[in-house]
Design a protein around this ligand. Structure first.
Ligand code: ZN
Length: 319
């Protein structure tokens, strides 16, 4: 589904709930308490407000035939907590998954006609769904390279500003990981590789830099080929790092438009979004993917979200 489909087809709460039900339980609704699939659909009459004399809208509920638990398609999900119509959630998801250069909370606020706080919450929740959780380690032929992001250097000449280093790890014909690191020292780069590459990968391709030395590491048995960029050789047979470099240049092109507004401290978030889009580039339905991910992610109230750091880097925990 694209943004236009969402406007046309998901324009009432009932249609949105039916869509969410399908995305959340593709094999049929399951009880959230006991997992039974014996469910009855019931309509709960809206409550009468005695002061205003108005009745709140009726609610469609599922009731479990086994344990009598009552729930809806949004129960226990992030969609439940916000009191925001699902139609607005879905438009926000379509806007953010389709905007390649990122969308600010202010833009979303105007597009949806909601307040800034709501828009900010939506942006952060949706972006968190655009990260591959428990992404598998790469095991084919893996190219590794480093690049430097950002404008002109300020301060100490010749010294890298810490936040500018990005390590790219890409399996040929497969997935990409981009990780912002504090420096480009061998240990730092190695940790990123160990986090993202299986120790029985088919091969490692890097340039000739001395930071890539795997002889005393868990990759000692993985064939390691190095291309000599210093000698202006970029491809030698199948020895090259061109596929990870092309991902870098694609990322940098996309970043140019958004970057003057966005501080480098959000760089990892951009890297995550970019990698997620890149790795799902053959999936025609990024919208559906994000809707489902958000439904399965569980609830995260606003207060907890602002306690958290703004992003989760794409580094796996040490094993
Ligand atoms: Zn049940």
């Amino acid at each position: 589904m694209n943004l236009l489909d969402v406007y046309k087809e998901l324009n009432t709460e009932a249609k949105c709930l039916a869509f969410l039900e399908h995305m959340r339980w593709p094999g049929g609704v399951k009880c959230l308490a006991c997992e039974s699939q014996r469910i009855t659909r019931i309509t709960a009459k809206g409550k009468l407000n005695k002061k205003t004399g108005r009745r709140s809208p009726d609610r469609e509920l599922y009731q479990c035939n086994e344990c009598r638990f009552q729930f809806t398609a949004t129960t226990g999900t992030v969609y439940h907590d916000t009191h925001l119509p699902l139609a607005k959630w879905f438009i926000a998801i379509a806007l953010i998954t389709e905007s390649k250069k990122g969308m600010s909370a202010n833009q979303l606020k105007r597009a949806l006609g909601v307040n800034y706080r709501t828009a900010w919450y939506l942006c952060h929740r949706i972006r968190k769904a655009m990260i591959e959780p428990n992404a598998p380690k790469l095991r084919g032929v893996v190219e590794v390279d480093e690049t430097y992001i950002g404008g002109k250097q300020r301060g100490h000449r010749g010294k890298l500003r810490n936040k500018d280093v990005v390590i790219g790890v890409r399996e040929r014909g497969g997935d990409l990981r981009l990780v912002q690191t504090p420096d480009n020292k061998a240990d730092t780069v190695y940790r990123v590789i160990a986090d993202n590459v299986a120790k029985d990968a088919q091969g490692l391709m890097t340039d000739e830099s001395t930071i890539y030395d795997f002889r005393l590491t868990q990759f000692k048995d993985v064939p390691h080929r190095q291309i000599k960029h210093r000698d202006k050789i970029y491809v030698q047979g199948d020895v090259h790092t061109n596929t990870v470099e092309s991902a870098f240049s694609l990322f940098k092109r996309g970043l140019t438009g958004a970057f003057h507004k966005v501080s480098l401290k959000h760089l990892q978030r951009y890297l995550n979004e970019f990698s997620w889009r890149f790795n799902n580039r053959k999936n025609p339905d990024l919208f559906g993917l994000a809707v489902r991910r958000l439904a399965l992610a569980g609830n995260l109230p606003y207060a907890k979200l602002i306690e958290e750091n703004a992003f989760t880097p794409f580094v796996r925990p040490q094993q």
